[in-house]
Design a protein around this ligand. Structure first.
Ligand code: HEM
Length: 584
């Protein structure tokens, strides 16, 4: 009787499809227990794009639990961005978090009830401790300079760029997280990275995916080679390092001072609650330890991986490297690279005199030679243009007109406010007009290579709908797991011609100007997008432009190493060596 019943259920499920029965969008038929796991590959986007072509812009995949996949630019904007609150919650990996953190804490997989509060606090604190500030940019630039000065001395030696990039980025993020300035050659950063790299294959392995669906498997881990026990040993070490760093910060922490790191901001909040006799709520030590570990972990390997990939691509595309060098020589020359080199001209709306004054006060200490008046800017642009060769004149002509127009608009806006240019001319930076529009090839390279093809997260974090909603006519019930797979857009041939092909020119228009592309969203979208975007964009630009300005990268042998990836939660290029010659 039971067999007949099971057979009848199987026939119904086969005939109607499990997705339809459960009210989910269509998708590849899943197998019992393992769903669509047989089709799983770490470079999942190509598999997902095939399914998108077959089943439509929204579809269901079982890996091994069911999830609704959205990998279409328009749909991501219409739903995940516009209905942000519906996609605010994560489908948290509870078993994994129990093993790693002892519960749902931190800033990626924290309990959904604390997301709004903790994100808001983190954003405020990170801004307070220096995101977007000249001081932090200075730290990044100093680390970039230390890196290139070591590379320049490498002579005939073969260089693994990872070591110094890792130290640079590690020092910056450690500083932002704990307020501790490490020696460039400290042991903490490499040890942490080793632990991170050794634990990722265990964390991202199929066993972890299955225990989320079948938690009882945790008791049978001995059958699978004790992955949890092995993982625990490494996690205890890295958690211990986080606790040690927090304790060091605590020793010098003074709640009356402006916090210099996320940990100090958190400690101040704890103290404030305690003094006001308020319950500690979510501002307790477990949350502090996990949030600090998240900022450190999320901000470290992602940026290191992308900068390594840049160096590898430079030796694979020597033509691009030459163009980048030429552009950086012309636009920046030998002066220090600043993040504002990639920003738009001040248009008078964002840069009111008080703000300009603040920015210039911050900058004056570090960039004394670069302050200029508007007249000097006009003169400089004119001189610059007159020196250009015929084929460059067209591009620069466009830019000159744009600069002069922007300056005129700025002047008019100020006049409306009763302020004259003379009042603020002292505060204008010579190099500000030499912006993203000038560093066209550099910006195109960063956009196409790092932001479109870089793809550090092969599978984005899963969300869980907070209320019933509808996508493409399908009713999506509250609590449904959704994968907002923005990287599918970057790899979609319907969006980008020959998407696998690295091509900075696709971001440059016919008039030679750089165009930002809203379809490229490497920091994800909606209300759970990356919290470190401001820092990451600055680090990448300042470091990368400083590398190109100072070093020439060549392959060790005749043939450059292949661009191949290793996968875990994150994706990064395999080990490679280069030779580096100094450029100045
Ligand atoms: C180039 C470097 C980076 C890239 C490409 C990157 C990308 C991402 C992506 C794709 C997410 C997932 C968003 C989602 O769930 O939809 C994320 C989350 C996050 N990132 Fe980044 N990130 C980078 C650097 C950083 C840095 C420097 C920090 C901090 C200093 C940081 C902190 C975080 C945090 C805290 C989250 C979790 C946000 C949440 O779940 O609410 N990231 N990042």
């Amino acid at each position: 009787m039971l067999i007949v019943l099971l057979l009848a259920i199987a026939v119904v499920v086969y005939h109607y499809g499990i997705n339809r029965i459960l009210g989910l969008p269509p998708g590849p038929p899943p197998l019992p227990l393992i769903g669509n796991m047989l089709s799983f590959r770490w470079d999942l986007d190509n598999v997902l794009l095939d399914w998108k072509a077959r089943y439509g812009r929204v579809f269901t995949v079982w890996l091994p639990a069911p999830m609704v996949v959205i990998g279409d630019h328009q749909l991501l904007q219409e739903h995940v961005v516009k209905n942000g609150d519906v996609y605010l919650a994560k489908k948290n990996p509870e078993q994994f978090m129990d093993i790693m953190s002892g519960g749902l804490y931190g800033l990626v997989f924290e309990d959904n009830d604390m997301v709004k509060e903790q994100r808001k606090f983190a954003m405020k604190s990170l801004h307070e401790v220096g995101f977007g500030s000249a001081a932090l940019e200075d730290t990044v630039h100093n680390n970039a300079l230390e890196t290139v000065s070591r590379w320049k001395k490498s002579g005939e030696e073969v260089v693994d760029v990872t070591e110094n990039i890792m130290k640079s980025i590690g020092n910056v993020v450690w500083n932002v997280t704990f307020g501790i300035t490490l020696d460039f050659d400290n042991e903490i950063v490499p040890t942490y990275r080793r632990l991170q790299q050794d634990s990722i294959p265990l964390m991202a392995g199929p066993f972890m995916m299955f225990i989320e669906m079948f938690p009882f498997l945790r008791n049978l881990e001995f059958l699978f080679g004790n992955p949890i026990k092995k993982l625990k040993v490494m996690l205890d070490k890295s958690n211990g390092m986080t606790v040690d760093a927090i304790r060091t910060t605590e020793k010098s922490f003074n709640p009356d001072n402006q916090p210099s790191s996320y940990v100090e901001a958190f400690l101040r909040e704890m103290k404030k609650n305690e003094e006001a006799g308020k319950p500690m709520g979510n501002f307790h030590f477990d949350q502090l330890r996990n949030a600090a570990a998240t900022i450190w972990g999320a901000g470290f390997d992602t940026t290191v991986g992308l900068l390594r990939m840049c160096c590898l691509e430079l030796i694979n595309h020597s033509d691009v490297q030459m163009k980048l060098q030429k552009e950086i020589d012309e636009v920046i020359g030998e002066r220090r690279v600043v993040n504002d080199d990639q920003k738009q001209l001040p248009n008078g709306k964002k840069h009111r005199p008080d703000e300009a004054e603040k920015r210039m006060r911050e900058r004056k200490d570090i960039l004394p030679a670069q302050i200029m008046t508007f007249d000097q800017i006009r003169n400089r642009i004119t001189t610059l243009l007159s020196q250009k060769k015929e084929h460059q004149r067209k591009v620069h002509g466009n830019r000159q007109r744009r600069y002069v127009k922007l300056i005129d608009d700025f002047e008019r806006d100020l006049a409306e406010e009763g302020i004259s240019l003379d009042d603020i001319e002292e505060e204008v930076d010579l190099e500000r007009p030499l912006d993203e529009d000038d560093l066209i090839i550099t910006s195109g390279e960063i956009y196409d290579l790092i932001y479109r093809l870089g793809n550090v997260l092969p599978i984005n974090f899963l969300r869980k709908t907070t209320q019933d909603t509808e996508i493409e006519g399908y009713r999506i019930a509250s609590g449904t797991t959704v994968l907002p797979q923005f990287s599918m857009v970057h790899a979609d041939p319907n969006e980008f011609e020959r998407p696998d092909y690295f091509c900075p020119d696709r971001h440059i228009d016919d008039a030679g100007a750089f165009i930002k592309d809203p379809r490229i969203t490497p920091f994800s979208i909606g209300k759970r997008a990356c919290l470190g975007e401001t820092l990451a964009r600055m680090e990448i630009f300042v470091m990368f432009a400083t590398f190109v300005q100072n070093c020439h990268f060549t392959p060790v042998g005749k043939v450059p190493p292949a661009v191949e990836f290793n996968y875990g939660f994150t994706r990064s290029v395999n080990h490679f060596d280069v030779k580096i010659e100094p450029r100045n």
